[in-house]
Design a protein around this ligand. Structure first.
Ligand SMILES: [Zn+2]
Length: 312
């Protein structure tokens, strides 16, 4: 099973295939520069119940394929679960859950009808699925750990050989990756990520991400010590070849790294008080601008909803 899962990539969107005992995979048809080949949707099914994970899009054919995979063997779908609420995972969740009359479960304050908690064990048929809160990629990120069969759904917290962004905090991401390393230890584990193919080198992958991030932290600390105290200047030095929408991603990585340094004391952070204050002020400015943009965006969305409601 494992060799097949690893070699067969990418599959066609919407085609359901077994990837582990009780788990089926379906690739969402939402490929983009942010989602790689698309988002991985999963179905965990056992006994007479099933849970659908991360629909990732509003495409009806994908929802139909998910429902069919969940209901196979006359099972009842009991919930739509989100590993986190980024649009490439949560899009379509409300429509799909409503079509089945089931709740959305997860840790997202925006989406979850039923909140999951760290350490909670979901019983799906004969399967025990342990909820592991792994903030960092986002505040609400969770992994699903099935110890009996050594399967770990990693969401976007860990993508094997690929990288994922930090939209939560870097210190939390580093903590979550450390925790995953401990959880897996020297067990043989099949990891099923939110994007890209399955992988088995969980500890090595987590270590690689931690090492890359630590190197970046050292680089940023070095540039700040050299007098570069603006996010713009740091982004240009670290990502000289990024343009267009990739700059947004680059800046958010720099912000997460700088925020990490501001949390540290003494030489592990930014020891020079003047440089520290300058960097902190620039992060504040950035966060205010971001909050303003979010508010403006929310107004646009609200206006759109109003227009829709008036039409009805
Ligand atoms: Zn994603």
């Amino acid at each position: 099973m494992t060799a097949d899962v690893l070699s067969f990539w990418p599959p066609k969107p919407d085609v359901s295939r077994a990837v582990a005992p009780g788990i089926r995979h379906l690739l969402a048809p939402n490929a983009s520069s942010w989602t790689y080949e698309g988002t991985n949707s999963y179905v965990i099914a056992s006994g007479d119940s099933a849970v659908l994970i991360d629909p990732g899009c509003e495409v009806p054919s994908h929802h139909e394929a998910l429902r069919r995979a969940g209901r196979e063997g006359r099972r009842t779908v009991t919930a739509v679960l989100l590993t986190h609420d980024h649009p490439d995972h949560s899009d379509g969740a409300r429509t799909l859950a409503a079509s089945l009359d089931v709740p959305i479960i997860g840790m997202s304050p925006r989406f979850a009808d039923e909140f999951l908690s760290d350490g909670q064990v979901l019983r799906i048929g004969e399967l025990d699925v342990h909820v592991v809160h792994t903030p960092g990629h986002s505040d609400d990120s969770i992994c699903l750990w099935m110890p009996q069969q050594g399967t770990l759904l990693t969401g976007d917290t860990l993508l094997g050989a690929r990288s994922s962004g930090v939209m939560g905090t870097l210190s939390e991401l580093l903590g979550s990756l450390e925790w995953l390393r401990k959880l897996v230890g020297d067990r043989e584990v099949l990891a099923l990520p939110g994007h890209g193919p399955a992988f088995t080198d969980v500890v090595e992958s987590a270590t690689r991400v931690i090492d890359v991030r630590m190197k970046r932290i050292d680089e940023v600390r070095g540039h700040i010590a050299d007098g570069v105290t603006t996010l713009e200047g740091l982004t240009r030095l670290l990502y000289p070849n990024h343009s267009g929408s990739k700059v947004v991603f680059a800046v958010s990585t720099v912000v997460s790294t700088v925020t990490y340094l501001l949390e540290q004391q003494g030489v592990r952070g930014i020891p020079d008080p003047v440089q520290r204050a300058a960097v902190a002020a620039d992060v504040d400015r950035y966060e205010q601008q971001l909050a303003e943009r979010m508010r403006a965006h929310k107004k646009e969305v609200d206006a759109e909803v109003d227009r829709e409601e008036n039409r009805v």
